[in-house]
Design a protein around this ligand. Structure first.
Ligand code: PMP
Length: 354
């Protein structure tokens, strides 16, 4: 640490991203919930020599073509959409903009581990609400909160989803609080809260191109909500980094959003692979939380989460392990191709001596 760092950041513990191995080689990478399938076919044809030459020019700060494609996809007005450099940046804008009178942000105790980091960096008070015994989120625990509420649906790393009526329950009991639903994984089997946007002016839905649209490396996220909320987020964005999406990301995202057929085909493949994989893992004695995401959270009585993680890593298979209270016996496994899941199952058989 240098002597120049601001006093308030001296204790800051940054977010720890999952391992991004430099040499991919023989690795089976199931640790950061990326999509195993390539981006929609149209993406490679829009990024041509001319587009590369055009990189000499700044990008469109409003990312108009992308924003329009997103609005059209969801049947919303363009003024109800804002894009950013990954949904992480959208979340950062939200934590900057909406801390309200109390400066409190409520979120589930076990959830996306970036939320506490954003609280620390923006000086908010994070309020962690425990999950139920079965790892589900209890909507009643969020009734009449005195601050902003952030819920991941489906939750991460559990994969468990709330029903749309449960989300509405939280919204209707918090008319004076902003409720943010982080839907990074919603396309793999959960119900989106987007249809509630016109009914609740206290709702912001956050989504990403990183998972169901195979563009994690392009860094595109967006928020959907009523016009006033989006205007506020634009005020933050234009005060921070107006050209936050690069020219290639805008083109790639637009193509990916328009190709609904490819989107449906790939997400349905992943859902099917997940269902098959869960059955096989359960047959080997693992308990798997009910997942509506492109990953599963699993534990075994016969092997600790840490040992299973380590032994898979020795076999060039990377999953995610969180050495944290209540979840330290679990590993989170991204759903890859059927072949990748078979490799993981083979390795598991070997590890468990079955
Ligand atoms: N929300 C959740 C719940 C996530 O797991 C992730 C991915 N790590 C993100 C948001 C951020 O994704 P991205 O910045 O790639 O859009």
């Amino acid at each position: 640490m240098s002597r120049f760092l601001n006093r308030e950041y001296k204790e800051l513990i940054p977010y720890t991203p999952g391992e991004q191995p430099k040499v991919k080689g023989r690795l089976v990478k199931l640790n950061t919930n990326e999509n195993p399938y390539p981006p929609a076919p149209g993406v490679s044809s829009v990024i041509n020599e001319k587009q590369l030459q055009d990189l000499k020019l700044y990008s469109d700060p409003e990312a108009s073509i992308l924003t329009e494609a997103i609005a059209e996809n969801f049947g919303l007005e363009k003024s109800q959409v804002i894009t950013a450099n990954g949904s992480d940046e959208i979340l950062a804008f939200i934590f900057m903009a909406f801390r309200g009178e109390t400066n409190k942000i409520y979120y589930p105790e076990i959830s996306y581990s970036f939320y506490p980091v954003y609280c620390d960096v923006f000086g908010a008070q994070g309020v962690k609400i425990p999950l139920r015994e079965d790892f589900s989120v209890s909507p009643e625990d969020y009734y009449d909160a005195d601050g902003t509420i952030v819920i991941t649906n489906p939750n991460a790393p559990t994969g468990m989803a709330l029903e749309i009526n449960q989300i509405e329950d939280i919204l209707s009991h918090n008319r004076e609080n902003l409720v943010v639903i982080d839907e990074a994984y919603v396309d793999f089997g959960a119900q989106s809260a987007v249809k509630l946007i016109d009914k609740y002016d206290n709702l912001l839905v956050v989504q990403t191109f990183s998972k169901s649209r195979s563009l994690a490396g392009a860094r595109i996220g967006y928020a959907l909500g009523n016009k006033e909320l989006i205007t506020d987020l634009n005020t933050i964005k234009f005060s921070f980094n107006p050209y936050n999406l690069d020219r290639l990301a805008i083109l790639a995202g637009t193509e990916a959003m328009k190709d609904k057929e490819y989107f449906d085909t790939t997400r349905n493949k992943i859902i099917k692979t997940r269902e098959d994989f869960v059955k096989s893992l359960e047959n080997m004695g693992f308990s798997v939380l009910p997942s509506n995401a492109n990953f599963v959270f699993a534990e075994s009585r016969e092997i600790s989460g840490e040992e299973y993680f380590t032994k898979l890593r020795e076999r060039n298979i990377i999953v995610r392990y969180f050495n944290k209270d209540k979840i330290s016996n679990f590993v989170r496994i991204t759903i890859g191709t059927p072949e990748e899941m078979d490799m993981l199952l083979e390795a598991t058989k070997e590890i468990m001596g079955k």
